[in-house]
Design a protein around this ligand. Structure first.
Ligand code: MN
Length: 202
């Protein structure tokens, strides 16, 4: 198979109680796995099977006959990125160059936090909230995307993401997306991963 389900970088209990092992068993073991399985079927016997997820998403973005490729490759990328955006005992504030960039582009950590939360809450229906490096403008931004859409489709570089599809939080928080987003931001965001993405993007 061309693509495989990423192994989680922590135990399935590590993000509890914000994200329980039960949520991870469905979210990683079923939802995420299904996107991987679907993508593998779509690229079977196709030159795309040797392309990266980023290159597939860019190649098929906006093509009406390749919506399945876009949705499944986008969702595999987005979920890989989401699991890496989290860690047990995460949260807190970023440091170093990323902190300085958040201060100058986003008005400081407190405003960043409020704006990321607002993006997570403001995404109507399924989707994602992002801290992203805008490659053309050369600055950080907060964005939200619907369904499988992803900043990589536009050539931007994600720094952190929060999955706001209901499957990400419903078992643990029911309809309270705001409580889930607050807890993820305050307790789980992986600023080490974010700093690595920022260093690569800039
Ligand atoms: Mn998801």
């Amino acid at each position: 198979m061309a693509f495989s389900l990423m192994k989680l970088p922590y135990a399935d209990t590590a993000l509890d109680p914000v994200i329980s092992a039960r949520t991870i068993s469905f979210h990683h073991g079923m939802h995420h796995k299904t996107y991987v399985d679907n993508l593998n079927k779509l690229v079977e016997n196709d030159p795309m099977s040797s392309m990266s997820l980023v290159d597939i998403v860019k190649a098929v973005a906006g093509k009406a006959d390749k919506v399945g490729h876009f949705n499944n490759a986008g969702q595999v990328f987005n979920h890989d990125f989401y699991w890496n955006s989290l860690k047990p005992n995460g949260g807190g504030q970023p440091g170093g160059a990323l902190k300085s960039q958040i201060d100058s582009d986003l008005g400081g950590y407190d405003k960043f936090k409020a704006d990321l939360h607002a993006a997570a809450l403001g995404q109507f229906g399924s989707g994602w909230a992002w801290l992203v490096w805008k490659t053309k403008e050369k600055k950080l931004a907060i964005e939200k995307t619907a369904n499988a859409d992803t900043p990589i489709a536009r050539g931007d570089a994600p720094i952190l993401t929060i999955d706001v599809w209901e499957h990400a939080y419903y078992l643990d928080h029911q309809n309270r997306r705001a409580a889930y987003a607050t807890a993820v931001i305050e307790k789980l965001l992986n600023w080490d991963f974010a700093a690595e993405q920022f260093a690569k993007a800039k």
